[in-house]
Design a protein around this ligand. Structure first.
Ligand SMILES: O=C([O-])CC(=O)C(=O)O
Ligand SMILES: [Mg+2]
Length: 378
C-alpha cells in the first residue's frame, strides 16, 4: 500500500493475492511454485477460494513433459471449466496467480530456470542473455514537486537504467488544463536530465483521456520524440486509438489492461496500432497467465507483429523470464515502487538498461531476498 497515484487511481488501499502450489511427479519428486498478482488490480480471495483453487485441485494428474516438468495447459483448462466467454475482468487475475505458480513448479521439477524451459519448449532453444528493462515510476505523490521527480529519475539512472517512465495526465481529479501545464514542466525537467533525448523517456496516462485530451497532449508532446506515449485512452476504446494513431506519429504503447488473447486481437484488428513502432504491454500475470499469453503471441505473429514489440507491464520476474525465453522486446521495472513483488534477483546489476537472468530452477523468487522473505513462510 502506498500514497502514490497515477492519473486514474491511487494505491492507498491496493492489495495482492499470493499463492504456493506443491506438485508431486509420478516418481516422487516434489516442487513448490509461487504466484502473485501483478500490480494495478486487487487481491482475488473470493474467486480463488470459491472457483479456481477447487477446480485446480480437482484437475487431478497433469501430463508429464519430457523435460521432467509437466504441461500446465490442462490445469488451465480445468480452472476455466464452466466459465463463459467475454468479460475478462478480475477472474483473469485470479487464474494468472495460479498459472504463475504452476509454471514456477514445472520449471523447478525440470530443474531449469523458467526462461530456459520456455526457450526449449517454445522458442527452438533460443533465448536472450539479457532483457532490456526500463525504470517506471514518476508517480504523483502528495508533497512531491518537480525537483523530487528529477531526483527520483536521477536515482534510476544511477542504478543503470537509461530509459525511464513517468506518469502524466494529472493526479486523480486534477483539471486537465492544470495537468497539462504541470506535466509539460515535469517532462521538460526530466528531459533536461536525459540530455534532451526524448527516446529515453516514456509517459503514461493510465487511460484517463478521451479523444480530445489525448489529441491535445499529443500535440503538446509530439516534438519531444518520446520513447512512447502510454495508455492515453480507455484500453477498450479501439477505434479512438485508431484515430489518435492517425494524428500522432511517434510510438504509442498500450495493453496492460487487456486481459485475454481475444481482447488483444481486437486491439490489433481495430486499434490502428503500427507493428513497426508501437509497444504492446499485455501483462501475463493479469491476463490468465502464460498459457493465455502464448496464445496472444501466436495471434500477434499471425497478424504480422513480432514478439519484440511486446514489453509487458508489471515489473515482475515472471514476465522477465518470458521476455528472455521467448524473445520479447523487454520488460518493465519498478526500482522504487511495488516492493517486494517487482524487481529482479538480488545482486544482479542493471547495466545500460539490460539485466541478466539468474541460473536457478523456476522463476527465481528464491534469489530475490525481499520477496523470498514473504514467500518462504507460505
Ligand atoms: O500505475 C500503474 O497502474 C502501473 C502502470 O500503469 C504501469 O506500470 O505502466
Ligand atoms: Mg501503464
Amino acid at each position: 500500500m502506498s500514497a502514490i497515484a497515477n492519473a486514474y487511481i491511487d494505491f492507498s488501499k491496493m492489495t495482492a493475492s499470493v499463492v504456493a502450489i506443491t506438485v508431486e511427479s509420478g516418481d516422487g519428486r516434489k516442487a513448490t511454485g509461487y504466484g502473485f498478482n501483478s500490480n494495478g488490480r486487487y487481491a482475488q480471495p473470493g474467486l480463488l477460494a470459491e472457483r479456481f483453487i477447487p477446480r485446480l485441485e480437482e484437475a487431478g494428474e497433469l501430463p508429464a513433459h519430457e523435460d521432467g516438468g509437466f504441461d500446465p495447459v490442462p490445469a488451465w483448462t480445468a480452472m476455466m471449466k464452466n466459465e463463459k466467454p467475454g468479460g475478462h475482468g478480475d477472474r483473469s487475475v485470479a487464474v494468472g496467480v495460479l498459472d504463475m505458480a504452476l509454471w514456477d513448479a514445472t520449471a523447478k521439477l525440470a530443474g531449469l530456470p523458467l526462461w530456459k524451459l520456455l526457450s526449449n519448449r517454445f522458442n527452438g532453444g533460443r533465448s536472450d542473455a539479457t532483457a532490456w528493462v526500463y525504470a517506471a515510476g514518476g508517480y504523483y505523490h502528495p508533497g512531491k514537486d518537480v525537483d523530487g521527480l528529477v531526483e527520483e529519475m536521477k536515482r534510476y539512472l544511477g542504478m543503470g537504467y537509461s530509459v525511464v517512465k513517468m506518469k502524466i495526465g494529472g493526479s486523480p481529479g486534477m483539471p486537465l488544463r492544470e495537468a497539462l501545464l504541470l506535466d509539460l514542466s515535469r517532462i521538460e525537467a526530466v528531459l533536461k536530465l536525459l540530455d534532451g533525448d526524448g527516446s529515453r523517456l516514456c509517459v503514461d496516462v493510465n487511460g484517463r483521456f478521451g479523444l480530445h485530451a489525448a489529441l491535445s497532449y499529443a500535440a503538446a508532446i509530439q516534438g519531444f520524440g518520446l520513447r512512447w506515449y502510454e495508455e492515453p485512452l480507455d484500453p477498450l476504446d479501439y477505434s479512438t486509438h485508431a484515430t489518435l494513431a492517425e494524428h500522432y506519429a511517434p510510438p504509442l504503447a498500450t495493453g496492460e489492461n487487456l486481459f485475454s488473447m481475444l481482447d488483444a486481437r481486437n486491439l490489433i484488428r481495430h486499434g490502428g496500432l503500427r507493428p513497426d513502432r508501437d509497444i504492446l504491454q499485455f501483462d501475463p500475470a493479469l491476463s490468465y497467465g502464460l498459457v493465455e499469453y502464448l496464445r496472444t503471441l501466436t495471434m500477434l505473429r499471425e497478424h504480422g507483429w513480432s514478439p519484440r514489440r511486446c514489453v509487458p507491464h508489471g515489473g515482475h520476474q515472471f514476465a522477465l523470464n518470458i521476455a528472455t525465453g521467448l524473445g520479447l522486446g523487454g520488460n518493465e521495472s519498478y526500482p522504487e515502487v511495488f516492493a517486494p513483488f517487482g524487481g529482479f534477483a538480488s545482486g544482479v546489476p542493471v547495466e545500460k538498461s539490460r539485466v541478466a537472468m539468474p541460473d536457478v530452477p523456476g522463476i527465481g523468487f528464491e534469489v530475490k531476498n525481499d520477496l523470498w522473505a514473504v514467500l518462504k513462510d507460505l
